[in-house]
Design a protein around this ligand. Structure first.
Ligand code: BJW
Length: 232
């Protein structure tokens, strides 16, 4: 049994809940140019377009439920006696809705807004527009979705890297391994001496870097993996 676990999740863990992934053949980036909606330059060029995109995504996640893979990770966190950190690249809230608590949203969250002027973060569940002003800001700054776009620094990197340096099991779930720094976590965990496991529908970009892999839908392979781990 390991003593310290870090788990990284990506869009694939939420796919069976009904949230589209990014790079699968029918994924979001097959229909929409990421430069227009997921870069600071895209937001500066056409903020209304970016607000429309995230209003649609925020609305979409309201009707979905956590699946068996989210539930299994919450169960692992509760049952495991050692150090545990779940790092998700996902901006949906399905992990916390399934019961996960030791969780970092490294690419931000749909249900929060970020003030361009004061940097304050506010819970946000409705639509956002060019007229949306920061409720707690003396400068009445404009709000943007609290998500990390390309070229921006992901959140809580110091905490994540400390956990990677101290872990003896690293598990990557439902991510294509295309986007850094998350795609580099497996190397950091390996350098720290961790056993590394990939659970994904298909081999990811960095599949060779994992000691073990299991390929299949997350709702099957994640609960199976958790049961084996807790039973060991
Ligand atoms: C299933 C399944 C099922 C399906 N069961 N599995 C050149 C080299 C190295 C790095 C760079 C470079 N050029 C630029 C960079 C940096 C850049 C980057 O990595 N670019 C690459 C594309 C090359 N990264 C950044 O800019 C990051 N910041 C950064 O590096 O900061 C440092 C810095 C700052 C300033 C200056 C210089 C350096 C920020 C990245 C932000 C990513 N943002 C997004 C949008 C977030 C908001 C939103 O949701 O709209 O985050 S993009 C998108 O990709 C989203 C995701 O979190 C992220 C990762 O995607 P993920 O989760 O892996 O999804 P998919 O679709 O790719 O994969 C799904 C997988 O699931 C697939 O494998 C399926 O098979 C599988 N699957 N169904 C199990 N049922």
């Amino acid at each position: 049994m390991p003593s310290s676990i870090v788990i990284l999740t990506g869009a694939g863990i939420s796919a069976e809940s009904g949230i589209a992934t990014f790079r699968d053949p029918d994924g979001i980036w097959s229909k929409i140019d990421y430069r227009e909606v997921a870069t600071p330059q895209g937001f500066a060029a056409n903020p209304a377009r970016v607000h429309d995109f995230y209003n649609w995504r925020r609305q979409n996640v309201k009707s979905v439920e956590p699946n068996a893979a989210h539930v299994a990770l919450a169960r692992l966190e509760r049952a495991f006696a050692g150090e545990f950190l779940l790092v998700t690249q996902n901006v949906d809230s399905l992990h916390e809705r399934a019961g996960s608590e030791r969780l970092i949203h490294m690419h931000g969250q749909h249900d929060r807004a970020l003030c361009n002027a004061c940097g304050g973060r506010t819970p946000w569940h409705g639509e956002m527009s060019l007229e949306t002003l920061c409720p707690g800001c003396e400068q009445a700054g404009h709000m943007r979705p609290d998500v990390v776009w390309f070229g921006e620094m992901p959140y809580e990197m110091d905490r994540i890297q400390a956990a990677l340096r101290g872990c003896d099991l690293f598990v990557s779930i439902g991510t294509s391994g295309n986007v850094y720094p998350a795609a580099g976590f497996v190397r950091e965990a390996r350098a720290a001496g961790a056993r590394t496991v990939e659970l994904n529908l298909e081999p990811s970009q960095g599949a060779d870097l994992f000691h073990e892999a299991e390929h299949g839908p997350a709702t099957r392979i994640v609960p199976d993996f958790v049961e084996r781990l807790l039973g060991a």
